[in-house]
Write a protein that binds this ligand. Structure first.
Ligand SMILES: Nc1ncnc2c1ncn2[C@@H]1O[C@H](COP(=O)(O)OP(=O)(O)O)[C@@H](O)[C@H]1O
Ligand SMILES: [Mg+2]
Length: 187
């Protein structure tokens, strides 16, 4: 039950909520986006490889992302649970995650699907751009990321719904309220 995924479009509040929920459950929040951004900042090989994809709003190639996640989940702090934010993002990554978890002898307990309408998403991301200056938060790239989400990531919802582990959460309203909804959904 302590192995959780949080899925949703860019701007839904995944990163914001993941940190809060993970703290509450005493498990690490593992954000592939944050790991990539840290590597880009530190100009590592991984960062150099990921940067052009991220800046254009595209997914980093699966080979790179899958290896990174496999290594991260092998770390000690993930042994008793984790909340994955930003992975899997396409069907091939679902299969890879299944294989990683099978090797670990564990299963996903719940998939939290965080939803908000497109107008709200774009507004939040433009605000985030103004506050944090993320390189992929300009309107053109935002529109592209929303499209990539619809095409590549949204199909995962049906896949996990078939497994009976999806909980849809309304991401609108204030941040505390959304956290409460998630904690309720995990009861
Ligand atoms: N419930 C909320 N109401 C208003 N703004 C929010 C809410 N949740 C997150 N945000 C803001 O929206 C932006 C996107 O949130 P973030 O957690 O980065 O989303 P994601 O990881 O899904 O892209 C951030 O600037 C964040 O502060
Ligand atoms: Mg995020």
């Amino acid at each position: 039950m302590n192995r959780l995924l949080i899925i949703g479009p860019p701007g839904a509040g995944k990163g914001t909520q993941a940190v809060r929920i993970a703290e509450k459950l005493n498990i690490p929040a593992i954000s592939t986006g944050d790991i990539f951004r840290k590597n880009i900042k530190e100009e590592t090989e991984l960062g150099k490889e990921a940067k052009r994809y991220i800046d254009s709003g595209n997914l980093v190639p699966d080979s790179v992302t899958n290896n990174m996640v496999r290594a991260r989940l092998a770390e000690e702090d993930a042994a008793n649970g984790f909340l994955l934010d930003g992975y899997p993002r396409n069907v091939a990554q679902v299969q890879e995650l299944d294989s990683i978890l099978e090797d670990m002898g564990v299963e996903i307990g719940r998939v939290l699907l965080l939803v908000a309408d497109n107008d709200e998403l774009v507004q939040r991301l433009l605000n985030r751009a103004a506050e944090q200056g993320r390189s992929d938060d300009n309107e053109e790239v935002i529109r592209h990321r929303l499209k990539v989400y619809e095409e590549e990531t949204a199909p995962l919802v049906a896949l996990y719904t078939e497994r009976g582990i999806v909980k849809e959460i309304n991401g609108l309203g204030d941040i505390d309220e959304v956290t409460e909804r998630i904690l309720d959904a995990l009861k």
